[in-house]
Structures are given as C-alpha cells and as structure tokens.
Write a protein that binds this ligand. Structure first.
Ligand code: SF4
Length: 346
C-alpha cells in the first residue's frame, strides 16, 4: 500500500535535529538517526538500537525509510553484473557493476527513463517517468559496493553516471547524492573517482563549474558536425556545438579538469573523413581525451557499429594531433548491460 509518510532520508542532518527539538527531545538525537541512516545503512527504525523503543515508534509514526530493492541480478560471462532495481513506487531502473583487472566501476542511473531522445539508446524509448531521489542514487552505489566485495573481493573504486537518464536534467538530486557518496558520513569516496557524463547540456556544465564540483566530467559527443550530432541526438538542437564549446572552455578555466569525450562510431553515420577532422578540431579547444566506445546495436536499424578500419582511422588522426584516444570495449553484452542497452528488455 502506498504510504503518505515522508521518506526520512530526504531530511538533512539539520532538519533531523530540528525535528527532535520540535518533539521536545534533544537535538543530538538527530545526529544519531542521521548516522544510522547513512553510515550504518539502517533499513528499519528498529535497527537503531541506541534509541529507546518509544523514540523508534515515534519515528515510525512520522516517516518511512524508502530503500531500493535489487529485484534481479544478472551475471555476465565477463564478470559484469546488472541490477534491476525496484523503487518504492514500483518503478524499475538499472545499474551495472563493471569489473576490470584493477578496478570496479558502478554505472548508475539518475532518472527513470530519460528526458532526452538519443536515437541509438534503448533508454530513450522509455519516456522520462521521474527523477531519482538522492537516496535512490546513493543506494544503487551501496548495492554495487556490496556486490563488488562479495563477488570480486574488493570495494567499489569508481562511479560513472552513465546509466539511465541525463544526470544534468536531475542536477540537484545528483549533486546531493554525490555529496553523500563523498562524505565521511556516507561512503567517503574521493570525488576524483566519480565521473558525471552528460550529453552536452551546456548551461548546466557552466553551473557545475560555478558550483566548483570536484568530480570529473565526460561528454557524450558522438559527432562534432552539427547536422550529424543533431541526427544522432535530436535534442542537441537546443545545445548547439558553439554553445557546448563555450561551456567546456568555461568549465576548464574554472576547474582545470580535463574533459573526456565519449564517442561511438557508427557505420554510414560518422565514420567519414569529415567527421574525423571535425572531432580532431573540436578536441583542440579544451584539454581532453577521447574514449571510442564499442557499440551494441539495440535493433537492426541504422545505428550499427562501424568497421574496425574506421575506428583505426579515428585513433590515428587523434594520436597524430597529440590527443589521447582509447577504444573502450563494451562489457556485459550478453546481459544487455552494455553501453546504450539499458532498458532494452525491462
Ligand atoms: S544516451 Fe543517455 S541521455 Fe541519451 S537517451 Fe540514453 S540515457 Fe538519455
């Protein structure tokens, strides 16, 4: 049954302290509850054993703790794990654990569905249903950290916001989640291990720079030719390349943090010389590196992985221009956990 009680994890520590004072109790109880909710990951008020039964009942009468639930966990042959995560209102998002030899990365979702309409992406076929709350984002990370310890004998080392949704269209909640992930009261992870990946929402890139964020920025560029980029990601008509360039220059001036361009090469779409030259030119505006990402077709439509020669031509041209470029092989293809595939089947 749907409850109208408030999720207690939407309250800040200060809110909790004030709540206890309003109930005629001591403010430090707020600190105790906050610690239970975040550092200790309590799922029930009854877990909060240093509070009296009366206090726990009082909390129960006012609030709920809306933890996510990992509904299904799929294991790929390459060690990748995909979680289908059920939210308190029954909606489902996906997050992925990606292991390599030296690290474990969590790829997390920021929205149910997506606000944007990238033509190559399975998530885009689901309309945006709602933004995720900060605790729903945080919980995906905690679940993957636990799975990493269980299945790979090491803690989670990195986080990328590249799952379902455009993180900069859910800016405040993503920032609050990152605050908790990096806080000593949460997971205490370094912001340098977190990458927020955007499709190029220029005005929010500037806002992040103004907010002096400490995490890394990746931009899913996919083309530095305006018409081709508009065809791949129709919403980019609202964020044209000159505006994106200006936002990225602003970002670098303020943060001194290099940008990573994520780039998929599709046959017949952006595998031509004009596209390669345009990318090389765009890369010269701001210090950057390029990840050329292997693509997994979501159907037999026009978006198909380009021939290896086309990828080689990109690498050669970028390297000749002194730009670091790597090919990123997709992981978890057999469980539809690879780039562009999330929500393909759910
Ligand atoms: S690629 Fe990312 S931004 Fe584009 S539709 Fe898919 S989830 Fe949304």
């Amino acid at each position: 049954m749907q409850t109208t009680k408030k999720d207690i994890r939407t309250l800040s520590k200060e809110d909790l302290r004030n709540f206890f004072v309003s109930q005629g109790d001591k403010s430090f109880r707020g600190n105790q509850v906050y610690e239970w909710l975040w550092s200790k990951g309590a799922h029930h008020f009854d877990d909060m054993t240093n509070l009296s039964k009366e206090t726990r009942n009082m909390l129960e009468a006012h609030f709920v703790i809306n933890h996510i639930k990992v509904d299904t966990m799929q294991h790929s042959n390459d060690g990748t794990i995909k979680n289908a995560v059920r939210l308190h209102d029954g909606l489902v998002v996906e997050s992925v654990l990606i292991p390599t030899e030296t690290r474990t990365t969590a790829c997390v979702s920021s929205q149910v569905g997506c606000s944007l309409d990238c033509n190559f992406c399975a998530t885009a076929r689901l309309k945006r249903m709602r933004n995720l709350a900060p605790d729903e984002i945080y919980d995906q990370v905690v679940a993957i950290d636990q799975e990493s310890r269980l299945y790979h004998n090491r803690p989670l080392s990195n986080i990328v916001f590249m799952g379902m949704g455009e993180p900069l269209m859910n800016y405040n909640n993503v920032m609050k989640a990152i605050d908790m992930i990096t806080s000593d009261e949460g997971l205490g992870m370094s912001p340098k291990r977190i990458t927020v990946s955007t499709s190029g929402v220029s005005k929010m890139i500037k806002k992040m720079a103004d907010d002096e964020v400490k995490f890394k920025l990746a931009v899913s560029l996919h083309s530095a030719v305006e018409e081709i980029r508009n065809h791949i990601m129709p919403f980019t008509k609202n964020f044209p390349l000159p505006e994106l360039r200006e936002a990225l220059e602003y970002w670098y001036r303020k943060t001194k943090s290099k940008i990573t361009y994520e780039y998929v090469v599709w046959g017949g779409i952006n595998d031509d010389k004009k596209s390669i030259d345009a990318l090389v030119k765009f890369c010269k505006y701001v210090p950057c590196k390029v990840n050329l990402i292997e693509y997994n077709p979501i159907d037999d439509g026009e978006f198909q992985q380009a021939a290896p020669e086309a990828i080689d031509a990109y690498i050669k041209a970028l390297e000749n221009a002194g730009i670091v470029a790597k090919v990123r092989r997709s992981r978890g293809k057999d469980i539809d956990a690879a780039c562009g595939q999330l929500a393909n089947k759910s």
